[in-house]
Design a protein around this ligand. Structure first.
Ligand SMILES: CC(C)(COP(=O)(O)OP(=O)(O)OC[C@H]1O[C@@H](n2cnc3c(N)ncnc32)[C@H](O)[C@@H]1OP(=O)(O)O)[C@@H](O)C(=O)NCCC(=O)NCCS
Length: 178
């Protein structure tokens, strides 16, 4: 399965050569600082531990993100399916050079189209840190709305230090499924 955007394309699954890159990125606090499992990512020692961890995390559909020079820059996923009722969206643009260029927007729109039109899912949910302004702005722009804030729920790396953060829960519904 391949989903094509203007700046990037998404290819289903990860391949062997993606893993060493992922491991380096998971060890970079600037990239992974807001993720709920950042400390677990830092503790992964090698590719085999990383593979086992990703398999456990992503019980759903995972797509590698590539630019049109076929460079691997991150991944995105739909997981935790509750029948057709809902699933959870995840996005990880892990090459920092690709941030702030509208690629997050493109990936999110491609994944929502796929979830709603192809998979006929009624609702897509996600969680993020209350301090992750960049991600929240992106999610609100595509139409996610905040549904809940779980206070003091995760330890994250923010502005150069470890802090306790709330977790924001967000959702977007398939308009045709209302
Ligand atoms: C969070 C993430 C997905 C954002 O993707 P992106 O491609 O950089 O986002 P976009 O370029 O599409 O920008 C989306 C909006 O955020 C804004 N934005 C860009 N950089 C920003 C920043 N540093 N702070 C706040 N907002 C920012 C953009 O301005 C844009 O809004 P606009 O079009 O109105 O200007 C990406 O940085 C990422 O994957 N980070 C690492 C892993 C991660 O944290 N994933 C999210 C887990 S919840």
């Amino acid at each position: 399965m391949k989903l094509t955007g203007e700046k990037i394309y998404l290819k289903e699954g990860l391949v062997e050569e993606n893993y060493p890159r992922l491991l380096r990125w998971f060890h970079d606090l600037e990239i992974m600082g807001y993720i709920g499992w950042v400390k677990k990512g830092l503790a992964l020692k090698d590719v085999s531990e990383l593979k086992a961890y990703i398999a456990e995390l992503e019980d759903g559909i995972i797509f590698g993100v590539y630019d049109y020079a076929d460079k691997f820059i991150g991944y995105t996923s739909l997981s935790d399916f509750v029948g057709k009722e809902e699933c959870e969206f995840g996005i990880f643009i892990l090459d920092k050079n690709y941030w702030g260029k509208g690629i997050g927007l493109e990936i999110t729109n491609l994944m929502l189209d796929y979830a709603f039109n192809d998979l006929q899912i009624k609702k897509v949910v996600l969680t993020t840190s209350e301090f992750h302004d960049h991600a929240i702005k992106l999610y609100e722009k595509v139409g996610f709305r905040k549904t809940n804030l779980i206070p003091n729920d995760r330890t994250i790396f923010h502005n150069g230090e470890w802090v306790l953060s709330g977790t924001v829960e967000m959702e977007i519904r398939n308009k045709r499924g209302q």
